[in-house]
Design a protein around this ligand. Structure first.
Ligand code: ATP
Length: 335
């Protein structure tokens, strides 16, 4: 549905120009939640804002639903933008208007005139994001989570096909973040809405995205299914992001490795096998001993997965490795 073909973006910078996005190919499917993660300055906002042409590309082509949006004239661009909603880190609500008036605004600007029809649509939207009770309040009277709900209602007013989320939960506390991400996921499923979100937090990606692209220095350095990227990160930037998310201290892990004998393995489990007593079965059946050096059990998009780093000792190491190779898990030999 959204396709980038060798898209790049240069900004003018003190007599020179700065390449914020290097030539990039990207495909985002209709109905998916696609995350862009990267540190500050990686080029995430630039890429996001190219999708609704808040930024014009310096080169390349962007296709949305088969239409080349780099070639639109200004009236076609106005029509196209109605299909793309956007929410922001700082909500961008009008402080002098009530919640209901903020949500009514895009309807009025799009030419809708019948006050009863506008009121009905606003009621529907406020109910959908569970903020009806605050309809007559002003943004200053709302919590951050409530403000973002209003932002979401406003973004959905014109029934867009795409919702762009620019660090939409970065100003929220962890509990409110989870609630807002849940709401986005519900809306994605109910409406078949394509969501593209940018974040610098891997946890946001883990909770809500189907696929992710990792950005660094204006380039997409890795992309794939969230489960794959989390469990088997390939690029050093992705590996750092995943480790930061797990709060893993790599130095002490290396220290543990140096102190134990035997083979060191990383075992990755997904789905039901996450809770299976694999290591005790291995020990019983092959006679090897194991010690656990690091481990976690997590949920990625609500599906359990686990990763254990273990040391194996004993006479039957070859048999044990063969046993593990045939078990319902992914095996990596680290040493
Ligand atoms: N309008 C602009 N004019 C000039 N340079 C810009 C402009 N917008 C962004 N940049 C530069 O482009 C690079 C990428 O910025 P961008 O905002 O896309 O990154 P980001 O990953 O979204 O970062 P952040 O998380 O801090 O918003 C940065 O070096 C930034 O300074």
């Amino acid at each position: 549905m959204i396709k980038f073909e060798q898209v790049y973006k240069d900004y003018p910078a003190s007599g020179n120009s700065l390449r914020a996005l290097h030539p990039t190919d990207l495909a985002i499917a209709a109905g998916e939640v696609f995350g862009l993660v990267g540190h500050s300055g990686a080029g995430k906002s630039t890429l996001l804002r190219l999708i609704n042409r808040l930024e014009a590309p310096s080169g390349g082509r962007i296709w949305v639903d088969g239409e080349d949006i780099t070639a639109l004239d200004s009236s076609a661009l106005r029509r196209f933008r109605q299909q793309v909603g956007m929410i922001f880190q700082h909500f961008n609500l009008l402080s002098s208007k009530t919640v209901a008036e903020n949500v009514a605004l895009p309807l009025q600007l799009s030419g809708m005139q019948n006050p009863a029809a506008i009121a009905q649509r606003v009621d529907e939207l406020l109910a959908r994001v569970a903020i009806s009770a605050q309809a007559d309040q002003y943004p200053a009277q709302l919590s951050g989570g409530q403000k973002q709900r209003v932002g979401i209602a406003r973004a959905l007013a014109l029934k867009p096909k795409i919702l762009l989320c620019d660090e939409a939960t970065s100003a929220l506390d962890p509990q409110t973040t989870v609630q807002v991400l849940q709401l986005l996921r519900e809306i994605n499923l109910e409406l078949g809405l394509t969501i593209v979100l940018i974040t610098h937090e891997m946890d946001v990606i883990r909770r809500v995205c189907d696929r992710v692209a990792v950005m660094d220095g204006g380039r997409v350095v890795e992309q794939g299914e969230v489960v794959q990227v989390f469990l088997h990160p390939q690029h050093p930037t992705t590996q750092r992001f995943v480790r930061e998310n797990e709060h893993l201290d790599e130095d002490s892990l290396q220290n543990d490795f140096a102190q134990v004998e035997g083979r060191i393995l990383r075992l990755t489990f997904q789905g039901d096998s996450t809770y299976a007593p694999v290591l005790s079965q291995l020990a019983q059946e092959t006679g090897v001993q194991y010690s656990i050096l690091a481990g976690r059990i997590d949920r990625i998009q609500n599906r359990p997965c686990g990763q254990l780093t273990v040391a194996l000792r004993g006479d039957n190491l070859a048999t044990a490795l063969d046993w593990l190779n045939h078990a319902d898990l992914h095996l990596e030999v680290l040493r």
